[in-house]
Design a protein around this ligand. Structure first.
Ligand SMILES: [Zn+2]
Length: 775
C-alpha cells in the first residue's frame, strides 16, 4: 500500500448465542451430506497426492468448533440481503428500494465498499454445502439474481460489459494511471466478488452465479489485456487480493485457457522474484496483501505444473512461518511484516490480523496436498486454527462476531478492530472489515481439513469431534474427543468394508510417547513425533482406533529473545489471566512452577511477579486481559562451540537465517552465527543460533551416521534436543536425543567449511567440543 498517497492503513487510522440446536438436523437428505450439489472442476489439480472430501461429507459434532459454526450460521441466516445490495444497486443505477445503507467498510462513502458481499456468498454456499441449509442458499440465490440485474444495467450506468461493483469503474481508470488517491483497492473487492460467485456455482450448482462470474471475469480480462506488462506490474503495487488465485480456479473449473492467461497477468514480480530464490524480503510489506498472492502461486502450480510457482508458495510458507510468526500462528504487526525474527520487539495491541492466518491456512492446505508426508504443515495448521482463528470469534456473541487483531501485548484483550468500524468486535452492519469476511468463511468450513484420502488410504490430520461419511466407499468414521483437554481421540468405523486398507494419523511434533490402539490393543507401529503413523489392516465395522498424544509443557521462545517465552501444552498456547488489570511489562514467570490443576480442563497455575496467576488455554481467553508472552527470568547464556579436533567453531553456512541452513565449522571470526544460546529443555538443551533464531537439529530427523546437522525453526521435534556428556577434561560430547549420535564433523575434517554431522560415539576428537561461555 506504500505506493499510494493515502494507504489503507492510514485511512483507517484517520477514520478514527444462540447455538442453533437444529443445525445438525438440517439438510435435504434428512441430515445426510449435501455433496451431490457440487459442480466439479473440469481440470484436475496437478501434483496432488492427497484429496479433501467435499463439503458435506464431514460434519462437526459437539464441541467448540461446532459452537463457532453455529454462531456464524446464525448471523448468515439473519443478515439482510437488500441492505447488502445497497451499494451495488446505487452504483449500477438501480433503485435501492427501502433498504437502509450499511456502515463501516461497506458505508456508501467508504472507498472499497462491497468487498464483504463476496465473503458472504462464499459463506452461504458453504453453509448449504456442509449442512444443506436452504435459508443460506436462498440468500445466495437472491443476491446472485440481483447482481445479475446490476450487471445488466451497465449500459445505462456507463460501465463496461460485465462490470460489477459498488464503486464507479473510473476508479480502475485511475488505478491503471497510478492516480487513484482515495484509498480504494479495487481489485481486492473484485477478487472477493469473483470468489463468492465461483463458490455459489460450484457448491450449490447455481448456473446464474456462473454466468455473472464469467461476465465479471470477462470484464477483468478485457480491462487487463490492453495494459502493457509494465503498466500491469505497476498496477499490482496496489493490493489486489487473490486475483491470480481466483482466475486460476476459474480456469480449473471451466478448462478455458483465457482465464489462466488472465490469472498470470496478476503474477506480481516484485514479490514473486525474491521468493522464487528463497529470499526473505518481506520486511515492511503490508502482510495480508501478500499471502493471497502466495495462495495464487500454489493454485497456478496446480493449474500449470510450472515448478517456479510451487517454489514461490513453499518458500513463502517457510519464510513466513519460520521468521515472521508469533506463537499463536498469526503474523503481522500493525498489518505489516517486520524484520526476520523480530517478534519480542513487536508484542503490541495490533498483532496478528485474522485474515492473514485465514489465508495462511489456505496456503498450508494447498502445500500439504503436494507433499502429504509433511506433518509440519499440519502442526502449523493445528496451532493457528486453534489458537488464533477459533479464538478470534467472540463466544459471548450469538452472531459469532470476530476480532480483527489478536493483541499480544501484556494485558491485551480480544475485541480490537480498526477505528472505521467501531474499534472493537465486528458488528452486524457497522464494521464489515476484511477480517469479518474471512471470519464468516472459515467458520463455515472448519471441518474441511480434518480428513483427506488417496485411493483407499485415509489421513486424519486434525483431532476434532466430527463424522466423516465416505460415501464413495460406504464407510463412516466417527471421531470422539475433547482434545486438547484430553490427549486422546477415538475413531470408530462403521459401514461395509472389505480388504486391507490404511489409516494415516498425524503424530504432532510436540508429543512424545504417542500410542495407537485398535480395539483396546496397543499396536506396534512407528509413531515418530513430526510424522505420520500408518495402521494397515482388514478393518471391520465397529473397530475403534484410539490415538494417545501425551502433552507436556513446552516453553517457546521468541525468535529474537530467548528470555521472552510463551507456554504451550500440546497444540494449545496457554496464557495468564490478568482480569481487568494490565501488567507493567511482561510478567516474570517462574517456569518451574507451572502446574496443571484440573484433568477436565486446561487449567494451570504458576508464579509470576511473585504471585500466583491462573493459566488457561489462549483460545478460551475471552473477556479478560491476558499475557501470552512472559519474561522467563534466566538471562540468556551464550556459548561458542569449539571443535576439539579442528579448533574451529560451529556456525551456519553463509550466515543463513532460513530453515535448513547448514551447520559447519569455521574460523573464530566473531560473526553472530557462531554464537549459540543454550536453552534448557528438561534434561537436555536446545542450541539456538543468535543470528538466525533457529535451533540445531538433524536433517529429516535422520538417525543415520553422517546425517547433516542444520538449523530449523524451534518446532519441538526430538532431534532439536541434545544431551551434554561431560568428558571430565573440560570438553563435552553432545548427544542427539532423537538419534543417540554425537555432534561431529564429517570425516573428522579439520578444514574450514567442513559440514557438521552426527557420528557414532567412537572416541574421535571431532566428537568432542569445548563450550566457551560468552555471556
Ligand atoms: Zn483482515
Amino acid at each position: 500500500m506504500s505506493s499510494l498517497p493515502v494507504s489503507r492503513r492510514r485511512l483507517l487510522q484517520a477514520a478514527g448465542a444462540g447455538a442453533l440446536a437444529s443445525a445438525a438436523g438440517l439438510g435435504p437428505l434428512g441430515g445426510g451430506p449435501a455433496a451431490a450439489a457440487v459442480v466439479p472442476p473440469v481440470r484436475p489439480d496437478l501434483g496432488v497426492s492427497a484429496y479433501p472430501f467435499t463439503l458435506g461429507q464431514v460434519r462437526l459434532t459437539a464441541g467448540r468448533w461446532l459452537d463457532n459454526q453455529n454462531r456464524t450460521l446464525s448471523y448468515l441466516r439473519f443478515v439482510d440481503v437488500d441492505r447488502l445490495l445497497y451499494n451495488f444497486r446505487a452504483n449500477h443505477r438501480l433503485s435501492t428500494g427501502s433498504a437502509a445503507a450499511t456502515g463501516g467498510w461497506d458505508a456508501p462513502t467508504f472507498p472499497f465498499r462491497t468487498h464483504m458481499q463476496g465473503h458472504l456468498l462464499t459463506a452461504w454456499a458453504q453453509a448449504y454445502a456442509v449442512l444443506g441449509d436452504t435459508t443460506c442458499r436462498a440468500k445466495a440465490d437472491y443476491m446472485v439474481a440481483e447482481l445479475a440485474k446490476c450487471q445488466a444495467n451497465n449500459g445505462a450506468a456507463g460501465f463496461g460489459a460485465g462490470y460489477l461493483s459498488g464503486f464507479p469503474e473510473s476508479d480502475f481508470t485511475a488505478l491503471e494511471a497510478r492516480t487513484l488517491s482515495n484509498g480504494n483497492v479495487p481489485y481486492y473487492c473484485v477478487h472477493k466478488t469473483l470468489a463468492g460467485l465461483l463458490d455459489v456455482w460450484r457448491h450449490t450448482g447455481n448456473t446464474q452465479a456462473r454466468d455473472v462470474l464469467l461476465a465479471l471475469a470477462g470484464w477483468v480480462d478485457t480491462r487487463t489485456a490492453r495494459l502493457s506488462s509494465s503498466q500491469m506490474q505497476a498496477m499490482l503495487g496496489t493490493e489486489f487480493g487473490g486475483m491470480n488465485e481466483v482466475l486460476a480456479d476459474i480456469y480449473q473449473q471451466t478448462g478455458d485457457g483465457r482465464w489462466l492467461t488472465a490469472a498470470q497477468r496478476f503474477d506480481h514480480a516484485a514479490v514473486f522474484n525474491p521468493l522464487a530464490s528463497n529470499q526473505d524480503q518481506l520486511n515492511g510489506l503490508h502482510a495480508n496483501t501478500q499471502v493471497p498472492k502466495w495462495v495464487g502461486a500454489a493454485r497456478e502450480y496446480k493449474a500449470t505444473g510450472t515448478t517456479r510457482y510451487r517454489d514461490i508458495a513453499a518458500n513463502a510458507w517457510r519464510i513466513a512461518t519460520g521468521a515472521h510468526t508469533y506463537v499463536i500462528g498469526g503474523n503481522s504487526q500493525a498489518e505489516h511484516f517486520r524484520a526476520p525474527n523480530a517478534i519480542a520487539g513487536y508484542l503490541t495491541n495490533d498483532t496478528c490480523e485474522h485474515c492473514n492466518s485465514y489465508n495462511m491456512l489456505k496456503l498450508t492446505r494447498e502445500l500439504w496436498q503436494l507433499d502429504p508426508s509433511r506433518a509440519d504443515y499440519f502442526d502449523f495448521y493445528e496451532r493457528t486454527l486453534l489458537n488464533h482463528v477459533i479464538g478470534a470469534q467472540n463466544p459471548a456473541d450469538s452472531h459469532g462476531h470476530v476480532t480483527y487483531f489478536t493483541p499480544l501485548n501484556p494485558g491485551g484483550r480480544r475485541g480490537v478492530g480498526p477505528a472505521w468500524g467501531g474499534g472493537t468486535w465486528s458488528t452486524d452492519y457497522n464494521s464489515f472489515w476484511c477480517c469479518q469476511g474471512t471470519g464468516v468463511e472459515i467458520n463455515t468450513k472448519l471441518m474441511d481439513s480434518i480428513y483427506f484420502y488417496n485411493g483407499t488410504t485415509l489421513t486424519v490430520n486434525l483431532f476434532v469431534p466430527s463424522v466423516l461419511t465416505w460415501t464413495q466407499r460406504g464407510i463412516t468414521v466417527t471421531q470422539n474427543t475433547t482434545f486438547p483437554v484430553s490427549d486422546t481421540t477415538t475413531l470408530t468405523l462403521s459401514g461395509t468394508m472389505s480388504g486391507s486398507w490404511s489409516i494415516r494419523l498425524r503424530i504432532p511434533s510436540w508429543t512424545t510417547g504417542a500410542t495407537i490402539s485398535v480395539n483396546g490393543t496397543v499396536q506396534s507401529v512407528t509413531a515418530t513425533p513430526g510424522s505420520y503413523a500408518t495402521v494397515t489392516r482388514t478393518w471391520a465395522a465397529g473397530d475403534t482406533i484410539a490415538v494417545k498424544l501425551p502433552m507436556r509443557v513446552i516453553m517457546r521462545a521468541a525468535n529474537d529473545n530467548a528470555d521472552v517465552q510463551a507456554i504451550t501444552y500440546g497444540p494449545a498456547v496457554l496464557c495468564g489471566n490478568y482480569g481487568s488489570t494490565t501488567p507493567a511489562g511482561l510478567p516474570a514467570l517462574t517456569v518451574s512452577t507451572i502446574t496443571r490443576t484440573s484433568t477436565s480442563s486446561l487449567a494451570f497455575t504458576a508464579t509470576a511477579n511473585g504471585a500466583t496467576v491462573n493459566i488457561g488455554p489462549f483460545h478460551d481467553a475471552q473477556g479478560f486481559n491476558y499475557t501470552v508472552y512472559w519474561n522467563t527470568g534466566a538471562a540468556a547464556v551464550t556459548y561458542k562451540l569449539v571443535n576439539v579436533g579442528s579448533g574451529l567453531v560451529l556456525g551456519i553456512q553463509d550466515m543463513s537465517t532460513v530453515d535448513g541452513g547448514l551447520a559447519l565449522q569455521w574460523d573464530d571470526s566473531g560473526t553472530a552465527d557462531h554464537n549459540w544460546v543454550m536453552v534448557t529443555d528438561g534434561s537436555a538443551v536446545r542450541f539456538r543460533n543468535v543470528n538466525s533464531g533457529k535451533v540445531l537439529g538433524v536433517e529429516n530427523m535422520s538417525t543415520a551416521d553422517n546425517a547433516r546437522v542444520l538449523q530449523w525453526s524451534d518446532n519441538g521435534t526430538a532431534d532439536h534436543r541434545w544431551t551434554l556428556i561431560d568428558n571430565g577434561d573440560g570438553t563435552h560430547r553432545i548427544r542427539n536425543v532423537n538419534s543417540g549420535k554425537l555432534l561431529a564433523i564429517l570425516n573428522g575434517s579439520v578444514a574450514r567449511g567442513a559440514q557438521a554431522v552426527q557420528d557414532p560415539d567412537n572416541g574421535s576428537a571431532d566428537n568432542r567440543w569445548r563450550l566457551v561461555r560468552l555471556t
